[in-house]
Design a protein around this ligand. Sequence first.
Ligand SMILES: C[S@@+](CC[C@H](N)C(=O)[O-])C[C@H]1O[C@@H](n2cnc3c(N)ncnc32)[C@H](O)[C@@H]1O
Length: 194
Amino acid sequence: MKAKDYYYREARRLGYKSRASFKLLQINERFYLLKRGYRVLDLGAAPGGWSQLSLELVGAEGLVVAVDIKPVKIKGVVFIRKNVFDEDIVAQLTNYAPFNVVLSDMSPNISGVSSWDHARSLELAERALDIAIQVLKEGGHFLTKIFQGDMERDFRRKCEKYFELVKAHKPKASLPQSAEIYFVCKRFKSLRTP
Ligand SMILES: C[S@@+](CC[C@H](N)C(=O)[O-])C[C@H]1O[C@@H](n2cnc3c(N)ncnc32)[C@H](O)[C@@H]1O
């Protein structure tokens, strides 16, 4: 609870839309995913903490495209209000591709039944991976959240087909009691060499 209060207060103080910004900040400090001038796709972006931080890090020469079924209002961020399972989403994203980085902090509505939440979060992470491999630049990076569970290893193997480096990581700002964990996937090998 203490950690939650601290990051929540910090987010308010610094004008971030959510405390989630600190998770991305800590992941980025460790894995160097976001750089000036990069083009970033943020899936499941609302209320917008990751998009705000991404925009700060890529600067005016970069681009941040946010997708969510809920609204995201951040000056300078291109927002597409869509479900990631909509068939035309990749066609729409192609207008802004290729991206250097694809982020997904998408979450299902939490049921409290861990096996169910795990399975639903994997569906979202697999869809994010599927989109990422269609819009990422060769050498680009992918970051996704999942809720931990027994199918995690299969998902890691899938990521390893497409990326040179895959690490599971839980940043300090992620609540210890939360089952969430992030897969950091670096250096996209391109579709021709899975
Ligand atoms: C934990 S929040 C993301 C927080 C965000 N990273 C931030 O920094 O503010 C998860 C988001 O995933 C979105 N989401 C879940 N399923 C989705 C789907 N099928 N398509 C698009 N967005 C989805 C939800 O609407 C929600 O806004």
